[in-house]
Structure formats: structure tokens, C-alpha cells
Design a protein around this ligand. Structure first.
Ligand SMILES: [Ca+2]
Ligand SMILES: [Ca+2]
Length: 181
């Protein structure tokens, strides 16, 4: 065997050793992402699933309730016909609005002749007490910097997807306003 062949053989063995080393390290590189996924996605998901078999107001004792919650939701006759209506813009304030929908068609070919619901609009009243005050401003400030989700969306007054200083300023601009009696 020549010196060149020895060198070549040595280089190939070195490459195989490095590949083996990399193969051993790769799973560990994924470990931080896996930890975050388990901690912030998998465990909360399992927790919510377990809580779906209980009755809990978020403060008091957790009481097992079996399938009651699932049965209640799945047997609600309104479930297949529920509507989500989104208002864009803030064109009314300090008013109770009656929304009437007529001749609503769903994707299954059903038609709803008429449906009506009432809603109150008060810009800045993020805690829903009918008045804009320091409680609302403090509530928004407590969520500053957060992205909007189902738990804090009321604090995002300008509906830009984040709870930020613009929301605080908007609430301050409407401080003292109340719903009309
Ligand atoms: Ca309020
Ligand atoms: Ca915002």
C-alpha cells in the first residue's frame, strides 16, 4: 500500500468518524425546540382536554363532571347554525346596536329567514362594565406587548393584532364615557 493510499484511507475514516459524531449531536440540537413544544403546546393541550371533563370557574375547586360539557356542546341545536359576525371600523360609540340578519344561507343549503341580536358599543370599555375608566386603561397596560388571542382581544382596541400604546391612548381619549341610559 502506497503512502497516498494510506492518506486517502485515513481521510475517509476521519470523515466517517465526523459523520458519526454529527449523527449523535443532531438529536440534541432538536432538544430545545422539543422542550418548548412539550412545555407550551403538548402539556397545555392535554391540560385543556382533561379540564373538559370537569367544571371549574378558574378560581375555585375543580369538580369532575364527566361528559357533561361535551354532551352540552355537541347536543346544542344551535351549534351547526352559529354565526360569527365581525364589525370592522369603529363608526359608532356609546350606543346599543340591534343587528338583524335576513335571508342567511349556509354552505349546507339551509336558509335562516331572520336572526336578531343586540350589542353595546363603547370604545375603550375593555372590561365591559359600561364605563371607560382607569380599570380599562390598567387592563390594557397589563397586557402591553402581547399578541391578540381569545383571552385578551378586548384590549386590542384598534384591532391591529397587538396590544400596544395606541390602545392605551385610545382608551385615554375616551376616558369618562359611558353607555347611554
Ligand atoms: Ca370599563
Ligand atoms: Ca392594538
Amino acid at each position: 500500500m502506497s503512502m497516498t493510499e494510506l492518506a486517502s484511507d485515513s481521510t475517509a475514516r476521519g470523515a466517517r468518524t465526523r459523520r458519526r459524531d454529527h449523527d449523535g449531536i443532531l438529536p440534541w440540537l432538536a432538544a430545545p425546540a422539543l422542550v418548548f413544544f412539550v412545555g407550551f403546546a403538548a402539556i397545555p393541550l392535554v391540560g385543556v382536554f382533561v379540564l373538559s371533563f370537569t367544571t371549574w370557574d378558574g378560581i375555585g375547586a375543580i369538580v369532575p363532571s364527566g361528559l357533561d360539557s361535551w354532551r352540552s356542546v355537541l347536543t346544542d341545536p344551535g351549534l351547526p347554525h352559529s354565526l360569527l359576525v365581525t364589525f370592522n371600523g369603529q363608526t359608532c360609540n356609546q350606543q346599543e346596536v340591534t343587528l338583524t340578519l335576513t335571508n342567511v344561507h349556509d354552505t349546507l343549503g339551509n336558509t335562516l329567514a331572520s336572526a336578531q341580536t343586540n350589542g353595546c358599543f363603547l370604545i375603550g370599555d375593555v372590561n365591559g362594565d359600561g364605563h371607560v375608566g382607569s380599570g380599562d386603561i390598567g387592563n390594557i397596560q397589563g397586557h402591553l406587548g402581547e399578541g391578540t388571542d381569545s383571552s385578551n382581544f378586548r384590549d386590542d382596541i384598534n384591532a391591529d393584532g397587538r396590544i400596544n400604546n395606541q390602545d392605551v391612548q385610545t382608551a385615554r381619549a375616551h376616558r369618562g364615557e359611558s353607555l347611554q341610559e
